[in-house]
Design a protein around this ligand. Structure first.
Ligand code: UT7
Length: 326
């Protein structure tokens, strides 16, 4: 028998307030036309008073738990991916744990910026397969609006706030065929710290004792993203014993519609098989993959039996991909 992590449920949460490109253009030297043409972004959600990374994460988690048909007390592991925690410590995961009324489980944050959800999924999957966990809540949640330089038009138009979550459960199965087996079939992660000054925050507790603002050399990140995303997807598919032709849905990190189109072209995938939410949510960093996943599950595109690939690339650089059958 093979012990695998299976997807039991998904959930997401978005701040109440939406901000259109036209609204941004009232205070920033930009235009709806530029933002749509260069990024595909039309709207983003921005957190208001009382909405934080932990509160959005808790709402997304509660929806994922409900969709999974389990109770909060069944959860024995919480991993929360974020680069914008409510506080430097404690981990936002422990705030979610307390808000959900779970008295004892493993709970910690993962910092891998936009790839954080892929890192969190991979760690949760390893812990489930090793027997260290049976039911994991994996969350990506961010409030990037709070680390943006609202006077820097090259970055502030690109990001939004939100949260997405999944519940993973352990399942023993005799099915060794990757064409039919359910659950996480492979995951592959990378990091290359030589590029950590291309996308970073210019502050932190141990350096400036401030929170800092996001800085990005967009064009260079773009170039690396297209190459790295296509190659890690192929690696993960090979690890699973599958090819890109087997994919029903690609659920990529939502940074820029042009990156998604270029990745699909490189993999010779039909654009209709790529889940795209960047137009509505902008780039929500670690939240973007689970948010897009939840949208495509709830609108009925992703169905039981479908093979999906999650992938992301972000600051560090970090990048990764995860292949799973729903
Ligand atoms: O989530 C982690 C991964 N992040 C990413 O994957 C982001 C990757 N990068 C990108 O998505 C793109 O590089 C951007 C969307 C950030 C920028 O698009 P671009 O096509 O690379 O534009 P650019 O940086 O080459 O800028 C072109 C022009 C510049 O003007 P000049 O120098 O040609 O006169 C910019 O100053 O567009 C100007 N510009 C803007 N104009 C209006 C930059 N930002 C804006 C803006 N509105 N918001």
């Amino acid at each position: 028998m093979i012990r695998r992590s299976i997807l039991l449920g998904t959930g997401s949460a978005l701040p109440v307030r939406t901000v259109s490109n036209a609204e941004l253009a009232e205070t920033v030297d930009t235009s709806d036309e530029w933002i749509v043409e260069r990024t595909g972004i039309r709207n983003r959600h921005i957190a208001g008073d009382g909405e934080t990374t932990a509160s959005l994460a808790t709402d997304a988690a509660a929806r994922a738990i409900e969709a999974a048909g389990v109770t909060a007390q069944d959860i024995d592991l919480i991993i929360l991916a974020t680069a914008t925690p409510d506080q430097t410590f404690p981990a936002a995961a422990t705030k979610v744990q307390a808000a959900l009324g779970i008295n004892d489980c493993v709970a910690f944050d993962v910092a891998a910026v936009c790839s954080g959800f892929l890192y969190a999924m991979t760690v949760a999957d390893s812990m489930i397969r090793s027997g260290a966990a049976n039911r994991a809540l994996v969350i990506g949640s961010e409030t990037f609006s709070r680390i943006l330089d609202w006077e820097d038009r090259t970055t502030c138009v690109l990001f939004g706030d939100g949260a997405g979550a999944v519940v993973l459960g352990a399942e023993e199965s005799a099915d060794a065929d990757p064409k039919t087996a359910r659950g996480i079939l492979s995951a592959k992660l990378h990091a290359d710290g030589r590029h950590n000054q291309l996308l970073y925050v210019d502050g932190g507790p141990s350096t400036t004792q401030t929170v800092g603002k996001l800085r990005m050399k967009g064009q260079e990140v773009f170039r690396h993203a297209v190459v790295n995303l296509a190659s890690v997807l192929k690696e993960a598919m090979e690890l699973a014993g599958l090819t890109p032709d087997d994919i029903d849905w690609l659920v990529p990190h939502q940074a820029n519609a042009r990156i998604l189109d270029a990745t699909a072209r490189k993999l010779k995938m039909a654009p209709e098989r790529v889940v795209m939410t960047v137009d509505r949510h902008a780039n929500t960093s670690a939240a973007s993959v689970p948010l897009a996943l939840d949208c495509a599950v709830r609108d009925g595109r992703i169905k039981p039996g479908h093979l999906i690939v999650l992938e992301a690339m972000g600051g560090g650089f970090t990048w990764g991909a995860c292949v799973l059958r729903v």
